[in-house]
Write a protein that binds this ligand. Sequence first.
Ligand SMILES: NC(=O)c1ccc[n+]([C@@H]2O[C@H](COP(=O)([O-])OP(=O)(O)OC[C@H]3O[C@@H](n4cnc5c(N)ncnc54)[C@H](OP(=O)(O)O)[C@@H]3O)[C@@H](O)[C@H]2O)c1
Length: 393
Amino acid sequence: MARVLIIGAGGVGRVVTHKCAQLPEIFDEICLASRTLSRCETIASELKRPIQTATLDADEVPQTVALIKEFRPDVVINVALPYQDLAIMDACLETGVPYLDTANYEPKDEAKFHYGWQWAYQDRFKDARLMALLGSGFDPGVTNVFTAWLHKHEFDEIEYLDILDCNAGDHGQAFATNFNPEINIREITQRGRYWENGDWVETDPLSVSMPYDFPEEIGEKQLYLLYHEELESLVKHFPKIKRARFWMTFGDEYLTHLRVLQNVGMTRIDPVSYQGTEIIPLQFLKSLLPDPSTLGETTKGKTCIGCLVQGTKDGKPKKAFLYNACDHEECNREVNAQAISYTTGVPAMIGAKMIITNTWNGDGVFNMEQFDPDPFMEDLNRYGLPWKLQILS
Ligand SMILES: NC(=O)c1ccc[n+]([C@@H]2O[C@H](COP(=O)([O-])OP(=O)(O)OC[C@H]3O[C@@H](n4cnc5c(N)ncnc54)[C@H](OP(=O)(O)O)[C@@H]3O)[C@@H](O)[C@H]2O)c1
């Protein structure tokens, strides 16, 4: 029985709160805190059991420290934005509470993400005898666990890893992002990067693509190579991987809108002067785009995210695809959210369960692939994200 503090009442925060509330035998007290109290209250009103809510600006460490001291959680789940990661880690260290997030730290003024900032907390968490679990969403998160599980059970060596992220859903909007638009557009418009033979190779944004024929009646979709944070930790923890890449599907309509928005400067993150006021164009654009947490009702179709792996088993070449497929409408029926929020929120809940039940334990800052994947894989099947393994050769 544990007390959980969830920070961030957006699309992912809604799913984590619903899923924790479904498990009173594990999470007996829940507090949902976010910048806008009304969003916490809306989520609380959807649940079958009472939870606490609080207003919190998690950029302000003393505010988070005060809330932690008042609520006394056993774990903090950070599903606010990547900008808040370090401030919430500082508050956890000050109060002696384990930390979990789903996305690695990004400074607001530079669209660049890497684990260096959070890995630098290793000694502080170790000395405090606390765990920080980084990237417990789907990708990063489940994709790291999938890789560890394939390595443990199906391959002697993993040589080639391709993480495939397909959203074959349709939200009925001309242009919308399925998680926070600011974070999403920053990620997609960066230069691509992948790991090959011990080095990073850079590519122009969205310049490398390939088709893939997805299972679950999804069929062929065009994938685009992106840089994604789990590549950094996976090649560190599985140093024999020769090549690791991350791919995401985009439709032509989405890419055309994105290109136009980029060309006219709407995706810029530097301040521009507008009628005497400084505004950040991307933040202004975010205020115009649909809120991803409202897309649940209109989104139809499936996601399919997984790891396509080539390597060897018993001296012979082997290829396999380990994936989860998730139906947007089923997610919405269960927790009022589309599948991108669902596939992120469920692993965040499971990661917190791993920590508080001591199933995963250790002092310091950890990525998901550093632990035994088996109990996490069992919980994915149990709590709404069943997985399938296709042996391709
Ligand atoms: N690993 C994965 O698979 C994966 C996939 C998707 C998303 N993610 C991550 O999940 C996180 C949440 O995404 P989302 O789509 O739920 O975003 P979202 O809908 O924009 O929700 C973010 C929430 O955080 C709150 N917030 C922002 N700044 C805050 C602050 N300083 N203090 C307290 N609360 C603050 C926002 O408050 P307001 O309501 O006041 O704006 C909002 O409620 C992001 O970090 C995203 O990168 C991970």
